[in-house]
Each structure stands twice: as C-alpha cells, then as structure tokens.
Ligand binder design. Structure first.
Ligand code: TNX
Length: 491
C-alpha cells in the first residue's frame, strides 16, 4: 500500500513560511540513512525511529553520508528551525537541540500515520522556515481533583509535544487532594494523597519527590518545562485536613470529595501559615529546574480582601527568594507584583483592570480565558464529560479568537503566551484527558505558535481532519467533533 502524499503545509501548528516545490519530492528508499553532528545524535535517532516505523527499512544513523541530514548551528533563535526537502535529500537545521526537536515534530507530521511499515514513502518537496509567536505555549493538568500516574502524564506529554506545546503546568494541590510529597510535611500526601481522595473519592495518588524529579527530567528531554502549582491561600482543604494547625481555629476539618470551590482559606494572620508556605515553596523550587512556580491565588472567596492582600504581599516574593518567577491566577494582580511575576488570566469577562495595570507595569501575561481555552468545558451540550460554567467550547470557538485582543490594555507585547488548562473534576482516565484535549489543544497550540495573520479556521479545520488516523494509530483518544470533516483512513 502506498500512502497518500502529504502536502508540505499539512502541519499543526501551521509553520511561518511554507514554500512547496512539487518537483523536489524526496523518496524514502530502503537505503536511506540519517546523518547528524554528534551533538544532534539524539534527534537523529528519534527521526530514524519514526522512519523505521513508517517504512520498515533499517534507517541507520551515521555521522556522515546519509541523504537525511541534521545540522546544529546557523540559526540564532532558540526554537527556530528550517527544513529543506529536495529530490536528493532532506536537511533539518537549527541553532539549538530544541529547534531541531521542533523541526522533528514537523517532519513527523509529513510522514504517513505511523505504525504501518509500508515500504517506500514520499516526503513533499520544498522549504519550511519556522519559529514561534510566543515563548510560552502551555497546557495544565489538574492532578488534585483526579490524580494521574507518572506513566499517564508521560504519555500525555509525548502526545502534546507533537504540537510544539512547551510548558506543562501541574495543579498539584486543591481542596480534594495534595499530590506532591513535601519533605518535612509527610502528612500532606499520607493523609491527603491516598486512596479515597479526589472528586467522588476516585482520584487518589501522589507523586513522590523522586517521581516528580523523574517526570521533570522526562519533560526536559522533550523541551517541556514543568510549571508546578501549589494553590494558595484558598483551595487548601486537603492541607488543612492533614495539618489542623493550618486551619483557622486549629480544628480538624473533614476531607472533601465534592467539587465546590471557594470555602477554604489559610489564615493570613498566623505565623504557622507562613512557615508552612515558605517550606513548601522552597521544596518545590528545589525540585523544579524550570523558571516558574505557580502559587494559585484564585477563587479565595473565604479570604477577606484585606487578608488576601496581606497574604500575597508576603508570599509573592517567595518564589523569587528561591530563584523562581511567580506565576499566579490573575486575581493576584490586585496586589503589587514583583517585577518578574506573571499573571494568568482565566475568566470570561471582556476586561480586567488588574491585568491591564500589570501589563502597563511591564508584566508578562499568560492568556487562558475559560470561554476559549478551557479544555474542561463541554464541546456542546451533549458532551458526556466536562463542565459548562464558561459556556460550551466547540473546536471553532477554541480556535477562532486571539490572545492579543482578548483584554483591553493587554496586547501582543504584553503576552508571554497562551495556556489551555484541563481541570479534572469529571475526568477519570487518560482516555478522558485525550477526549477533552484533542482536537482543542492543537487549536490553542496553533494560536501560540503561528503568526496571527497566517492562521485561519477553515485551514485549521481541514488540517486537523487528517489527525483522525494518526491519533488512531497512536492509540490516542479524541472527540470526533461534527465541526470537522474527519478523514478516516489514509488511503
Ligand atoms: C475554576 S479556573 C477554577 C477551578 C475549577 C475550574 C473548573 C480557576 C483558576 N479555578 O478551581 O476546577 O473553574 O472549570
């Protein structure tokens, strides 16, 4: 069987520049080899593996002489890359391994759906030159409402990097559970991380410090930065159940498995609170090589506004004290922020004074409006999973907006990037995660990568249609949205 030839621009996110040259198609023949500088050997091996799987050919990796070449250097931007496909050979080049990794994802999408061993295949001729619009292209996974194991998170990582997502924010604590072991505070995970925790008592589990470190390293090898979140000063019932001295009157609170929000709070006027918070921030910072530490700050409805300011004024400098940039949900912008702090906008209102002021003050903002980017919103009223407080979010709705005109006063230059959060109140399995994320996460990935003027819903809709057989071959679940005219089989 001969796979249909992919078109050079059939890539998500759409590259900045695509110049097809149909006279220059490259035939991947049985003698093909990949050669690379030793520093790029890892990327070469990953490409060879994809080609072996697609063709069934041996595809050796050599230092020189192969018709597919991987070159490091010549390009001065971190994430940029260039691919040239000609009849005589293919060249992938970038200044950094991260750039090569991005190019590898592009080449992967130009291969037929994998796992087929179909013999000779053709890569479409021409040149792609590419680099991202924003440095931060993220998604968030809520491990607190429902825990997912390290292997499950790794498998999700392997899928999201194909769309050049480069940050994974992990929501590690909430009212229903605490999901990261913290040295010196063992009851957090012993009491609030085990069996019976999470929404409906079905989401138990936690990451040991070793598992977290391994996960961070796994992500790093795929050029993904883990952004850990400890949600403060609200969303803390699980911490208070484990350590009653963190409760307002020192009382023993009951574990909660419902999905209410806004009822719990640390006491901003007790020193015990700050001893706990600083320990946790120091330990999480020590375990996290990436630059960001997310301190939550959302929905603190039971923290009086004055206390909220007192609390954040003391806590916001702590990530900086331990070498990290504080990220927080945008409510934190009610307080004077340290210069490097990053507010993350999550609401649905068309304006926000605090975020606009932060942007004026030179802060970078992450854009995650719930009515566009929340992966836990239902696709339509019949979606079996998810919530609908921000409305239903179909695929076109998740694609057809722009972060640079979402909030007055928060334009292109104020944006660090975009993130698509996935809250897990209604999720139970990796298949549930995938169902909510695909195809909406690729839409958000394209918003974060592709220049605004170059992207267009009908083009995205047509390109995403070809991912049905790819996700099928990879064992990845997705929502067969009726908005997309899915291609069932690559013939
Ligand atoms: C709001 S978004 C929350 C979460 C919920 C989510 C459900 C945000 C910062 N807080 O506590 O899980 O809605 O969509």
């Amino acid at each position: 069987m001969r796979a249909t030839l992919r078109r050079l621009g059939d890539v998500i996110p759409l590259p900045v520049s695509v110049r097809p040259d149909p006279a220059a198609n490259f035939l991947v023949s049985p003698t093909v080899a990949v050669s690379a500088d030793p520093a790029a050997a890892d990327i070469a091996e990953q490409l060879a593996k994809l080609l072996r799987r697609a063709t069934g050919f041996p595809v050796p990796v050599t230092e020189a002489g192969g018709s597919i070449k991987i070159l490091l250097g010549g390009y001065d931007k971190n994430e940029a890359y260039r691919v040239d496909i000609a009849a005589e050979g293919v060249t992938l080049r970038a200044a950094t391994e991260q750039g090569l990794f991005n190019g590898l994802q592009t080449l992967r999408q130009l291969l037929p759906a994998e796992g087929r061993g179909i013999g000779e295949i053709t890569l479409p001729g021409g040149t792609i030159e590419d680099e991202p619009r924003f440095p931060y292209r993220g998604t968030m996974l809520d491990l607190a409402r429902h825990f997912f194991t390290p292997d499950e998170i790794k498998s999700y990582l392997d899928t999201i990097v194909q769309f050049k997502i480069n940050h994974l924010h992990l929501h590690l604590s909430d009212d229903q559970g605490w999901r990261l072991e913290i040295p010196g505070w063992p009851r957090l995970t012993e009491v609030s991380g085990g069996e019976g925790t999470g929404v409906d008592g079905t989401g138990g589990g936690f990451l040991t410090t070793a598992e977290y470190a391994d996960l961070v390293a796994y992500a790093e090898r795929r050029f993904v930065t883990i952004v850990p979140e400890i949600d403060l000063p609200g969303h803390v019932n699980a911490a208070q159940v484990a350590y009653p001295e963190l409760a307002r009157d020192g009382e023993q609170l009951a574990p909660r498995t419902d999905a209410e929000v806004g009822y719990s709070s640390l006491d901003a006027n007790r020193e015990e609170t700050y001893a706990f918070v600083e320990d946790v921030i120091r330990e999480v910072a020590a375990l996290t090589p990436g630059p960001f530490l997310h301190i939550g700050g959302d929905e603190a409805f039971s923290t009086p506004p004055e206390d909220y300011r007192t609390f954040l004024t003391r806590v916001l400098p702590l990530p900086g004290k331990y070498g990290k940039r504080a990220v927080g949900w945008h409510e934190m912008a009610a307080v004077e922020l340290p210069p490097s702090a990053v507010p993350q906008y999550w609401r649905i209102e068309p304006a926000d004074d605090g975020v606009a002021q932060a942007a004026r003050d030179g802060h970078q903002v992450i854009m995650s409006p719930a009515d566009r980017s929340y992966l836990d919103m239902k696709y339509d009223k019949d979606t079996p999973l998810g919530l609908d407080w921000a409305g239903v979010v179909g695929v076109e709705r998740s694609y057809d907006w722009d972060p640079a005109d979402r909030l007055p006063g928060v334009g292109e230059e104020a944006l660090l990037g975009v993130e698509a959060p996935l809250w897990s109140e209604t999720l139970r399995s990796p298949a549930d995660i995938e169902f909510m994320a695909f195809p909406r996460l690729p839409a958000i990935a394209e918003i974060g990568w592709t220049p605004r003027a170059a992207r267009d819903w009908t083009s995205f809709r047509d390109r995403v249609a070809a991912f049905g057989p790819r996700w099928h071959a990879q064992g990845v679940n997705f929502h067969r949205s009726p908005e997309i005219d899915w291609i069932d089989e690559e013939s």
